[in-house]
Design a protein around this ligand. Structure first.
Ligand code: MN
Length: 291
């Protein structure tokens, strides 16, 4: 019989934000804010830019050309619009409710910035970027991305118009998400009204956590307030959540990858030898070209 998953810790938002380029005002929950990366595989990094208005700008704010290799970046837009271009020749805009699931795989160059028209006016901007590790056997898959539109999400509707859970990846109570993942992962964008109650299950061995983008409530007996990160143990399978205000919540769970992690900035491999090789490949132009 399924039992309630235990809450390990309720971690408040880290004290300080940092700027990623000049367009992302992020709180890094891990690995810098809290040293939980080793316990939270396959997730490597979580940056949260809570709602912020950067104001109008003639030149789009953001991050200029940079590489990635050996993992995936998942960008979730809540408010505002994020444009991207990459060295495979692809580009696009991530609108509110959309997700870009990029597989850096064997190496990519890209740039990420506020969409041009949005930059001109400014306005509320809110987003999350997650880094998800790839196991050794998939670190060299060709680079690419899934552009997942808001309307593509699997939707689990709560009875009585109490809100919905938009399943990005994995499944919830039989509703499946559109993202193709290299290891089993659940990612939900939960939009709940005050008083909503919802239960779901994840395999006991999956690592899991809940981030409050907005709103407060109770999950498995622990209270959370806006921007709290509720980190669960691997004991139990059931999640039992009650929203005490209107909530936007990000739920993450995944099967751990039991492999060593070697990281140098935007390269995540299994050994330092592979990191040195990645740096050489990048320097020799193997990741392609992007202006
Ligand atoms: Mn990037």
């Amino acid at each position: 019989m399924a039992s309630l998953k235990k809450v390990r810790q309720v971690l408040p938002r880290p004290a300080r934000f940092n700027m990623v380029g000049d367009g992302f005002r992020v709180y890094n929950y891990f690995p810098n804010g809290y040293p939980i990366r080793e316990q939270f595989s396959p997730f490597l990094m979580l940056d949260f830019n809570p709602e912020h208005d950067f104001g109008p700008s003639a030149r789009p704010r953001g991050v200029d050309v940079h590489p990635h290799k050996g993992f995936e970046t998942v960008t979730i837009a809540y408010k505002g619009h994020v444009a991207h271009h990459d060295s495979t020749g692809n580009s696009g805009v991530i609108h509110p409710g959309d997700v870009q699931w990029m597989t850096a795989g064997d190496g990519i160059l890209h740039k990420e910035y506020h969409e041009t028209e949005f930059s001109k006016t400014g306005g509320p901007f809110e987003m999350v970027q997650l880094w998800v590790n790839l196991p050794a056997k998939f670190k060299s898959v060709p680079a690419g991305y899934q552009s997942i539109q808001s309307g593509d999400m699997g939707v689990y509707k709560l009875p009585g118009e109490k809100g919905e859970v938009r399943v990005i990846a994995g499944e919830m109570n039989g509703v499946k998400g559109p993202a193709k993942t290299h290891t089993p992962i659940y990612v939900y964008d939960m939009r709940l009204n005050s008083g909503a109650e919802v239960n779901w299950h994840v395999p006991e061995l999956f690592n899991s956590a809940l981030l409050s983008i907005e709103g407060e409530g109770e999950v498995n007996g622990s209270h959370f307030k806006p921007h709290d990160f509720v980190f669960f143990t691997n004991e139990g399978e059931t999640l039992q959540l009650k929203a005490k205000s209107e909530c936007t919540l990000l739920f993450l769970a995944g099967e751990p990858i039991h492999e060593p992690i070697a990281q140098y900035g935007p390269f995540v491999m299994n050994s330092m030898q592979e990191i040195h090789k990645a740096i050489e490949e990048f320097n020799s132009g193997k990741f392609g070209h992007l202006d």
